[in-house]
Design a protein around this ligand. Sequence first.
Ligand code: MRU
Length: 377
Amino acid sequence: MNVRGQHFRTIWPKAGDERVVQLIDQRFLPHRFVVEDVTTAAEMATAIRDMHVRGAGLIGAAAGYGMYLAVVKGTDLAAAAELLKAMRPTAVNLAWAVDRQIRALSQAVTPEEKILIARTTATEIADEDAEHCRLIGLHGLELIQQIAARKQGRRVNVLTHCNAGWLAFVDHGSATAPIYAAHDEGLAVHVWVDETRPRNQGSKLTAWELGEHGVAHTIIADNTGGHLMQRGEVDLVIVGTDRTTYTGDVANKIGTYLKALAAKDNDVPFYVALPSSSFDWTMRDGLAEIPIEERGAEEVKHADGWADGREVEVRVTPESSAAANYGFDVTPRRLVTGLITERGICEANEESILALFPERVVGRRGDTPVAGLQSCA
Ligand code: MRU
C-alpha cells in the first residue's frame, strides 16, 4: 500500500544487502515513519515480542525472515525456531511460518542450498500473504457492493476493531482489504475505527493507513459500537483474527467478542477476514484451546501520544492499582456470520470451512480425521 504516494510492504529484504531484513517499526506510527534494519533471528524475535511488527500475517512473515537470518548467520536452527515461536502465543501464523521453514530446510544439504531455500521460503510466505489478502479484498468487496446496492448509493458504514489492515500483514490487510477494494471501485464507504485500548492499534494504525489511502473514517472509543449499531449506523462489521479453529471459533484482539454480541443483538452482519495461514487445523474448541496472551499491566496503566514534537507516555491510573491485560478473546462461531478467505466466503463451521479447504485433514491427539480427506503439510 502507499505511504505518501510511495508503495511499501511491511517487511522486505534490504535492496543491495540481502543479509539484512527491513521492516516498518510500528511503535512509532502514526507520529513517525521509521524503518528498522534487522540482521539476526534474535533481533527479529525482539521485534515480534516488543511489537515493532504485529498482526497475525506480519508476525508469520517476520518469523519466516527470522529463520532466514538464522541460516545466513549460521545460528542453531532448532534454537532459533524455539525462540521465535515463544515470542507471542496467540497468532498461529508464527508457528506455521517457522514450521514451514524447518520443513523446507530439511531438503537442503550444503550451506549455500540452505540460504537459497530459506530465502525462497521467506519470500514465498510474504508473497502468499500479500496475494491472499488481495483475494480476500475481492471476495469481501461483493458484500460491500450488495449493501451499497441496497442503500442506493448512501455510504456503507463498516466497523472494525484493532488493526487487521495492511500493517498487520505484508500488504492489503485482511479486514481492510474489502474496504480498500470498495473505495478503489468508487463506492462510498466509511469506517468506524475502534480505538482498541490498551495499545490503540485502531486509533494509531488503522486510522493512519485508512487516512493514507483516503478512506473516510471516524475513530470511536471502544465502547461505542453497540450504541451505533442500535441506531442503525453500522451496516457491517469486519474484523481480523489471530487464530481461527477449523470449527470457526475466532480469536482476535480483546473486545472483539463484545462487538460480536452487539452485532448479533442488532442483526448486523459480523464477518471475519483471514488468510488460510490463520486457521488452526488442530484445534476444535477455541474457548478451551486457544492460548490467550497476557501482557504487562503497564500497557493498561499508561497511555502514550505525541506532544511538543515528541512521544510522551503518561500514567492514567492510580499508581498502586492492579491492572490485567488480556490481549485477545474468543468469539464463538455462533456469533460469526461468515469467514472471508482467499478462496471465498464460508460459514463459520467445520463443514463449510472444510468445503473450501478440502485438502486439510483436521484433528489431533487421537481425534478422528475427517473421512476421505488427504493429509497435507
Ligand atoms: O496484538 P496485535 O496487534 O498483534 O494483535 C493482532 C491484531 O492486530 C488483531 O488482533 C487483528 O485484528 C488480527 S491480526 C490480523
